[in-house]
Design a protein around this ligand. Structure first.
Ligand code: ATP
Length: 497
């Protein structure tokens, strides 16, 4: 997967707009295999998908190189399986196209695609033994008996089940059944193997063993793997390239190290590994202010005083006994042994809680000093136009937006005028939902920012707002949204003609 010709997967799209078509690939759907396209086995081009009025994929583009191990990673419901099913031909896309080997296969049925799928639940035939489960597809294709035997033996060896041919599949362990499912999928020699959370039903130990085996199989087979999971560790372990998705959109594409070390936004930083995510202000190039302090960093090119998000990984904070010259001073709140390292929560003198991982333990109550090196601050732009919404004037002092009706200051605009509504994130109040005025929403994402929470609330009409609060809410909580009239700034979208 790449944006530029001749780039390796390691030269990923991290930090760039990864949904853009690589410049070397011409637009337009012909079925000629372009020599230049030879390295891209899969081109997913601006795909969108709706189920009813719910959009589950939003303009997804992805370019996969031959032989790559690509993992689609994201939380439950983000559209991973739908994307995989579109690749398999099991779900039709509403917009956009899919090409394999340069050929448009958007309308091609599953059995005519060079793909095979392994599902989470093995979907084996319980009445057939291991051999017959694997041979099933080849028999349908009327492959000669001798060839079937050869192929079944070949794949049984690959999945480590030689001598299991006669076994009843129901007598096998979960891991063994999943191996049979993989053998059945690869016996047809697909060019692309699609795997939908294939290890999710296995216990941790077996999952880890199977991960190693899958990686080995991928190497041995030399075919392209597209793997869906919500498990970030699995993605980091297995993949050449990770595609992080959220709410139907690609967030970042990159190698595991890119994604871990250079997350492009707080969602990715939060989803992959542990992070301290803080608000900051970019005072000038190489100079960021966060936690009420100035720090040197390696980032540049931001607007002066631009509000930014600052990510610091817990293992990048150096912790030591209190000394006067330290950058940050604090007191350890908790210290937990995590098997290899200790995980400590430290409350700084300025009132921020930081997560720190270190091989040395500092017990709760210890006064400590902290150091963060310039290249361990990851500074990122905040989303533009946060809390700028569309609304409609209801009357002289009411405006509707977020699917509800809000009192606003008198504005002199006519009823029905379409307006832009700007809200201040710190002035939005959430409360337990009652159906009295305002709007209702659902907490859909929570970030802890060291001394407060930043919540994403999805309103009834599908619009999202960001809310800063000290109150603790849970993902999925249904909330009432209250905003005072003076905190609602409205401007007409179009000047009246
Ligand atoms: P999970 O990890 O839980 O499997 P996912 O990221 O794979 O989640 P999808 O299965 O692609 O997500 O589903 C995305 C959204 O589309 C979900 O809200 C799901 O409920 C919805 N959805 C999926 N299939 C259908 C369908 N056939 N009809 C209606 N809605 C659907």
């Amino acid at each position: 997967m790449s944006v530029k010709p001749n780039s390796t997967p390691a030269e990923s799209l991290s930090g760039k707009d990864c949904t853009q078509r690589p410049p070397d690939i011409p637009l337009g759907g012909n079925n000629i295999i372009n020599e230049d396209l030879g390295t891209y086995i899969i081109e997913i081009d601006h795909i969108s998908k709706w189920f009813g009025d719910k959009q589950v994929l939003d303009d997804v583009s992805l370019f996969v190189k031959k032989g790559e191990f690509v993992t689609i990673l994201g939380p439950s419901g983000c559209g991973k399986t739908t994307l995989l099913r579109i690749l398999a031909g099991l779900t039709m896309t509403d917009k956009g196209s899919v090409r394999m080997n340069g050929r448009d296969i958007t309308e091609i049925p599953p059995h005519k695609r060079p793909t095979n799928t392994v599902f989470q639940r093995y979907a084996l035939f319980p009445h057939l033994n291991v051999y017959d489960n694997i041979a099933f597809g080849l028999k349908l294709k009327k492959t000669p008996q001798e060839e079937i035997e050869k192929q079944v033996r070949r794949v049984l060896k690959i999945v480590g089940l030689t001598d299991y041919e006669e076994r009843d599949v129901e007598s096998l362990s979960g891991g063994q059944q999943q191996r049979v499912a993989i053998a059945r999928a690869i016996v047809n020699k697909p060019q692309v193997l699609l795997l939908d959370e294939p290890l999710a039903a296995l216990d941790l130990k077996m999952r880890q063993d199977m991960q190693m085996e899958l990686k080995q199989m991928h190497k041995q087979l030399g075919i392209t793997f597209i793997y869906v999971t919500h498990d970030q560790e699995e993605a980091l372990t297995l993949s050449d390239t990770i595609v992080v998705m959220n709410k139907g959109k690609v967030q970042q594409i990159g190698t595991p190290t890119d994604i871990y070390n250079e997350p492009v936004n707080p969602f990715v930083a939060d989803f992959i590994g542990d992070s301290n995510i803080l608000n900051g202000i970019m005072k000038s190039d190489f100079h960021v202010q966060t936690m009420y302090q100035d720090f040197e960093c390696v980032d540049k090119g931001f607007a002066p005083d631009e509000r930014v998000d600052v990510v610091i990984r817990p293992e990048d904070i150096y912790i030591m006994q209190r000394n006067d010259s330290a950058q940050i001073k604090g007191v350890v709140q908790s210290c937990i042994f995590k098997g290899v390292h200790y995980e400590m929560a430290v409350l700084t003198e300025k009132g921020y809680e930081l997560l720190i991982q270190d091989y040395n333990a500092f017990e709760a109550g210890s006064e400590v000093s902290l150091i963060i090196k310039p290249n361990d601050f990851h500074v990122m732009h905040k989303e533009q136009n946060i809390n700028v919404l569309k609304g409609v004037v209801e009357n002289s002092n009411h405006v509707s937006f977020l699917g509800g009706s809000f009192e606003c200051l008198p504005h002199g605009l006519e009823t029905g005028t379409e307006v832009s509504v700007r809200l201040t994130d710190r002035k939005i109040e959430l409360m337990d939902y009652t159906d009295e005025g305002g709007a209702a929403g659902c907490v859909s994402f929570i970030l802890y920012k060291g001394n407060h929470y930043q919540l994403t609330v999805t309103a009834d009409n599908g619009d999202e707002i960001q809310v800063y609060t000290n109150e603790v809410w849970d993902d999925g909580d249904i909330v009432g949204i209250r905003i005072l009239p003076e905190d609602i700034i409205i401007t007409p979208l179009k000047e009246k003609e």
